[in-house]
Ligand binder design. Structure first.
Ligand SMILES: Cc1cc2nc3c(=O)[nH]c(=O)nc-3n(C[C@H](O)[C@H](O)[C@H](O)COP(=O)(O)OP(=O)(O)OC[C@H]3O[C@@H](n4cnc5c(N)ncnc54)[C@H](O)[C@@H]3O)c2cc1C
Ligand code: FES
Length: 291
């Protein structure tokens, strides 16, 4: 049986008008890599700020006037609502336009949307997070929450793969996490530079280095499509129960609220039923090349 992912806050930017964006101001911007940055946003209207809350794994639709909208995960701490953060890689028109904004500029936000990582169901269990590239962004709020309630979870492990050392995002945070005795962090790169002394290879190759207690492990996966599939199949072959493997999926999105059909994934909508799915709920589609 699927673990419930239904726990989620209501759409709070405009509860009765979910297609209307709420204005937010850019208050800070950190360049993570050559093409990825983290922006910190504050709602212009204090009432909107007071209403907004989210669960780890959820996303907002980020709206740039005259350009368009893109789905972007919320990457900040759900307990710190003084601002919200989005980590964005510029790949197309909206993300590029956001990358050109300056502190003080205003954009639109709709959300939060979608399902969340099932941190309640992970309580008392070992938690293994697998992140590929910018896939660490939606996992970061989950890491904050688990570290805050560390005693409620078993082992905590992060496997993080990036293309090259300079593509690692949240570098200082990842280093700080790796120094903790209660958090096992392993990073790998596809293309090492001369300074890199860590593992080389795809993130799924790190699984060989982890001793799993499969029956008591919950796995949270977010990365490129191929990585998601390989990771899920690898954990299945290690006998992790399929209802304890969770994957965050990406699809082209428009409305974010299950109305337009753009994000259809088999019989499901990624915006409404996902983006976080338990493996058993998407098993049929997951084994196919293209759905
Ligand atoms: C739930 C969810 C969460 C997400 N979270 C994040 C996040 O935290 N951070 C993040 O950076 N992204 C995230 N994304 C991905 C982001 O929404 C997409 O990359 C989005 O398409 C970016 O919008 P854009 O207008 O900048 O790019 P688009 O213009 O939509 O382009 C996106 C990609 O399509 C290609 N492309 C565009 N136009 C064409 C064309 N005509 N022909 C061929 N290829 C084309 C581009 O080269 C690029 O690779 C998330 C997506 C989902 C569904
Ligand atoms: S984005 Fe419109 S149905 Fe999902």
């Amino acid at each position: 049986m699927s673990t419930s992912l239904s726990q989620r806050p209501p759409i709070v930017t405009h509860a009765s008008l979910p297609m209307v964006p709420t204005m937010a101001r850019l208050i800070d911007r950190v360049q993570e890599t050559s093409n990825t940055f983290t922006c910190r946003l504050e709602f212009v209207d204090p009432e909107a700020a007071a209403r907004f809350r989210f669960y780890p794994g959820q996303f907002n639709m980020v709206y740039l006037f005259g350009v368009g909208e893109a789905a972007i995960s919320i990457s900040s701490d759900p307990d710190d609502l003084s601002s919200i953060q989005h980590t964005i890689r510029h790949v197309g028109s909206v993300t590029f336009a956001v990358s050109r904004l300056e502190v003080g500029d205003v954009l639109g936000i709709r959300g939060p949307f979608g399902s969340n990582w099932p941190l309640e169901a992970c309580r008392g269990r070992d938690v293994l997070l697998v992140a590929g590239g910018i896939g660490i962004a939606p996992l970061r709020p989950a890491i904050y929450q688990i570290l805050k309630h560390r005693e409620q979870y078993g082992r905590l492990i992060l496997l993080y793969g990036v293309r090259s050392p300079k593509d690692m995002i949240y570098r200082e945070e990842v280093e700080a996490w790796s120094k903790r005795r209660d958090f096992q962090v392993m990073c790998t790169v596809d293309y090492p530079d001369p300074q890199w002394i860590g593992p080389v290879g795809v993130v799924t190759s790190l699984m060989r280095r982890v001793r799993l207690d499969s029956a008591r492990t919950s796995v949270l996966v977010c990365g490129p499509r191929v990585m998601n599939r390989e990771a899920a199949h690898s954990f299945l072959s290690h006998h992790v129960p399929e209802e304890h493997i969770f994957v965050s999926l990406e699809r082209n999105m428009r409305c974010g609220i299950g109305q337009c059909g753009h994000c259809q994934y088999g019989p499901k909508f990624v915006c409404k039923d996902g983006p976080v799915f338990s493996y058993d709920s998407v098993r049929t589609m997951f084994s196919k090349e293209e759905v």
